[in-house]
Write a protein that binds this ligand. Structure first.
Ligand SMILES: [Zn+2]
Length: 434
C-alpha cells in the first residue's frame, strides 16, 4: 500500500544559507507574480480558461525572458525548480478558481489568485530533484547541505532500503525559523485486521483533552495553556504599539515567533495521542461533535479550537488507515453523556458543569467523561458476547458497516436497530506526521 506523507524538520542553517533560503523564497514569489501578471494579461486580452498559459508554457516563456534585456540577472543564483514549482502552484490556483466558479469543486469558494507580497505572504519555495536526507542534515539542490535539529536516522534507513521515496522538498519560514517538509511516498504493509473486542471509546473534552473508556485520562498540555495566555498578552502588546514604529515591528516578530511555538506544541501533542490510539486499538469510537455548530458559541469556541477537535479527527482518520484500525463515529444524536454506562438509563438533562455522572436508577457514580467514553465503546459493541462478535463482519478502515441487529442491551438504552455507523472522511492529501 503506497501512502503519501510529509516529513517535517526544523532547519539549522548557517548565516550564508539563511540568506540563500531567503533568496529562493523571494525568487519563488517573484516568479509566481510574474506568471500571475501574464495570466491576467491573457484574461484581459480575452483568453478563456482553456487557452490560459499552462505552467509549462509559462516556464518556457520565463526561460527566454529571464536572460533577455528586461530579464533578471540573478536567475543563476536560484535553483530552476523554484520557478517551475511556483508556476505549478499558480496553475493549480487558477484551476481551483475556475473549477470552483463552474461549480465542479466542493467546499468554500476559491478566490482568484492574488499577488504575493513580501512580508505579507508566507516565505516558502519548493524544490525537486536531488534531495538527500542524512542523519542530522538534508541536502537540497543549489542550497547544499543544511543541518536539521532532529535526528532523521530512522527515515534515512527506510529511504536506503527503498520503502520511502522523497519526491519534493518545501522550505518555509515561520517567524525566524526555517523548516523543510519532505513529500515522501511510503510503502506500507497491508494493515492487519482489527481485533474484535479491542475497542476503545474516546470522549473528547474541554478540561481533559480526552478520556478513554479504559479509564485513561489525557490532559491537554499545560505548556499550551500557558502559551495561549502569553499569546494573548503579546497580541495586546502588539496592538498597543504605534503603527509603523520599530517597537511595533519588534512586537510583531515576537508575536509571530510565539504563535509558531504554540501551534507546534499543539500539533505535537495531538500527533502523539492519535498515533498511540491508532496503533494500540483495533477499533476507535469517537463522538460526532458538530464542530462547526459549536464554534458558534464563543466561549466554547476558544477551548474547542485549542483542543483541536477537528484536527484530532483528521489525524485519527488517516492513521487508522495506516495501522489498519477502524475509526467509528457515533451518530450525533447518541446521548453518550446522558446515558448510564451501567444500566442504560438516559437522563433528560445533564448540564455541562456537572462533572460527575450520578445514576438515579442504579446508583452509579462515575466521572462524566469516563461514563461517556464507556458508552461510546459500547456503541460499537453493545454487550459484547462471543456470538455477537462472530456475526459481525470484520471490516477495514475504509468500509462502511451497515445497519446491524441490536445487541443484548435492555430497552430504553438508546440502542436502536436503525442506528448506523459512519466513517470519518479520510484525508487523502499530504499530512504531517511524527
Ligand atoms: Zn444506571
Amino acid at each position: 500500500m503506497k501512502t503519501r506523507q510529509a516529513l517535517r524538520f526544523a532547519l539549522d542553517p548557517t548565516f550564508a544559507q539563511r540568506r540563500d533560503l531567503g533568496r529562493h523564497a523571494g525568487a519563488s514569489r517573484y516568479a509566481y507574480n510574474w506568471g500571475l501578471e501574464r495570466q491576467r494579461a491573457a484574461l484581459a486580452a480575452g483568453a478563456t480558461t482553456v487557452r490560459l498559459p499552462s505552467a509549462m508554457s509559462l516556464h518556457k516563456e520565463w526561460n527566454r525572458w529571464k536572460k533577455g534585456r528586461d530579464g533578471i540577472p540573478w536567475w543563476p543564483e536560484v535553483s530552476k525548480c523554484t520557478f517551475q514549482e511556483a508556476f505549478h502552484d499558480l496553475e493549480w490556483g487558477m484551476r481551483a478558481f475556475w473549477e470552483s466558479r463552474a461549480g465542479r469543486r466542493e467546499g468554500p469558494r476559491v478566490r482568484f489568485p492574488r499577488f504575493k507580497k513580501k512580508g505579507r505572504s508566507r516565505d516558502s519555495f519548493r524544490l525537486t530533484g536531488a534531495i538527500h536526507l542524512h542523519g542530522r542534515a538534508v541536502t537540497l539542490p543549489r542550497i547544499g547541505t543544511v543541518r536539521v535539529w532532529e535526528d532523521a536516522a530512522r527515515w534515512v534507513e527506510r529511504i536506503q532500503v527503498g520503502s520511502v521515496r522523497v519526491t519534493s522538498a518545501t522550505v518555509s519560514r515561520e517567524a525566524d525559523r526555517w523548516f523543510v517538509s519532505l513529500a515522501v511516498e511510503v510503502e506500507r504493509a497491508v494493515p492487519r485486521r482489527p481485533v474484535a473486542g479491542d475497542t476503545i471509546g474516546v470522549d473528547l473534552g474541554l478540561l481533559a483533552l480526552a478520556t478513554l473508556s479504559d479509564g485513561t485520562v489525557i490532559e491537554g498540555p499545560k505548556a499550551l495553556r500557558h502559551g495561549l495566555r502569553q499569546l494573548r498578552r503579546l497580541s495586546r502588546a502588539h496592538s498597543r504599539k504605534q503603527r509603523g514604529s520599530h517597537n511595533r515591528a519588534r512586537a510583531a516578530r515576537r508575536l509571530a515567533r510565539h504563535h509558531a511555538k504554540v501551534a507546534h506544541l499543539r500539533r505535537d501533542h495531538l500527533h502523539k495521542l492519535t498515533t498511540r490510539l491508532a496503533k494500540t486499538h483495533g477499533r476507535i469510537v469517537v463522538e460526532d461533535l458538530n464542530v462547526k455548530g459549536m464554534l458558534g458559541n464563543r466561549r466554547l469556541a476558544r477551548a474547542l479550537a485549542d483542543a483541536g477537535f477537528s484536527e484530532f479527527r483528521r489525524q485519527l482518520a488517516y492513521k487508522c488507515r495506516w495501522y489498519g484500525s477502524q475509526l467509528m463515529v457515533a451518530d450525533r444524536w447518541f446521548p453518550s453523556s446522558k446515558t448510564c454506562s451501567s444500566c442504560g438509563a438516559v437522563k433528560a438533562e445533564l448540564p455541562l458543569r456537572e462533572r460527575t455522572y450520578r445514576c438515579e436508577s442504579c446508583g452509579l457514580v462515575l466521572d462524566r467523561d469516563l461514563n461517556a467514553a464507556i458508552n461510546l465503546a459500547g456503541w460499537a459493541y453493545p454487550a459484547v458476547t462471543a456470538s455477537a462478535a462472530e456475526t459481525r463482519t470484520a471490516c477495514g478502515a475504509d468500509c462502511k458497516t451497515g445497519p446491524r441487529p441490536a445487541g443484548g442491551r435492555e430497552a430504553g438504552t438508546g440502542t436502536a436497530p436503525e442506528r448506523r455507523h459512519s466513517m470519518a472522511a479520510v484525508d487523502g492529501g499530504l499530512t504531517n506526521v511524527h
